[in-house]
Design a protein around this ligand. Structure first.
Ligand code: AMP
Ligand code: MN
Ligand code: MN
Ligand code: MN
Length: 287
């Protein structure tokens, strides 16, 4: 790990959830893009970590075991990233399993809903993109909609489909904020509020209330640089990190070379004047 300006990317996905690269291919791509330390943070699942860890050893980069937990807060779906979690922690594993349990049933309902709206072969179509049968996500349906030509891009999918008030939406009750932060901390990890700029259904007041609830629950960092954040959001959430007195994280939220806004390792750097979430991690101190 270089002492000066290491390239640290703490949010990424593989085929074990809704990414399109295997854990090995993700790690190789990260290394090729100059990443020194990468967190794999698949949705609600830790399955990709052993393969990613082996690839990281071969490639000579540091792999941080992570996860992205879906929660429901005030009726909205929010994502909490857990970093440096113990992948064997029984309570974390049980919590993630509970979150996954509803996904398959929800996916069946989404398929029925989409077919009712005239989308052919919604179930079989989405399944073509699923790499882990335990983890069916809206992204897989989104790829089917793009393949059918009903949407130009995966990003466009979430403007016109699969969100509240649009075709294919099925509401879901995920874990609570307190549970998710508790599982992450209980597994020795650090909880990070993921891509706060993504929650556009929350106005300023409610988003701030979420951030305060997150800190009160034991959350310790916020994604300032995130896949969905432009320059204004980076500046805005840098101010929030300071005002909340918490640390800042950087993650590309990489899913796929063509779908993602930032390739793995290629999101902008953290703005100056923040405390990076990795500031006191042994992994960045070197051997
Ligand atoms: P799910 O966990 O099944 O609700 O699916 C959520 C996933 O859909 C996220 O993790 C993203 O990969 C993707 N997604 C959600 N909203 C958007 C968006 N606005 N643009 C691009 N991808 C999105
Ligand atoms: Mn995703
Ligand atoms: Mn997310
Ligand atoms: Mn993500």
């Amino acid at each position: 790990m270089p002492a000066d300006h290491p390239n640290i990317d703490l949010h990424s996905h593989t085929t074990r959830s809704d990414g399109t690269l295997s854990p090995t291919a993700l790690v190789q791509r990260a290394r090729a893009n100059g990443v020194d330390m990468l967190a794999l943070t698949d949705h609600d699942v830790l399955d990709g970590l052993p393969e990613a860890q082996a690839a990281a050893r071969a490639e000579g980069l540091v792999l941080i075991p992570g996860v992205e937990v879906s929660i429901t807060w005030a009726g909205e779906t929010i994502h909490i990233v857990g970093l440096r979690v113990d992948p064997q922690d029984a309570t974390l594993l049980a919590g993630l399993e509970a979150n996954r349990a509803g996904r398959t049933e929800r996916a069946r309902e989404m398929a029925a809903e989409l077919e009712r709206c005239g989308v052919p072969d919604a179930w079989e179509g989405a399944l073509k993109y699923v790499g882990n049968p335990a983890l069916i996500s809206r992204s897989h349906f989104g790829r089917h909609l793009v393949a059918l030509g009903l949407c130009a891009s995966q990003r466009e999918v979430f403007d016109h489909w699969l969100v509240e008030g649009k075709p294919g939406f099925v509401p879901q009750r995920w874990a609570s904020l307190a549970d998710a932060v508790g599982w992450i901390r209980g597994a020795g990890g650090t909880a990070v509020l993921a891509h706060p700029g993504r929650y556009q259904r929350l106005d300023e007041t409610r988003l701030w209330a979420l951030a305060e609830d997150f800190v009160a629950a034991g959350g310790e960092a916020i994604e300032v640089v995130a896949g969905g954040h432009g320059p204004e959001e980076i500046a805005r959430f840098a101010r929030w990190a300071k005002r909340l007195g918490i640390r800042a994280s950087r993650g590309s939220d990489f899913h796929d070379p063509l779908e993602s806004r930032f390739d793995v390792g290629l999101a902008p750097p953290l703005p100056p004047g923040l405390v990076p979430v990795w500031t006191d991690w042994p992994e960045v101190q070197g051997p």
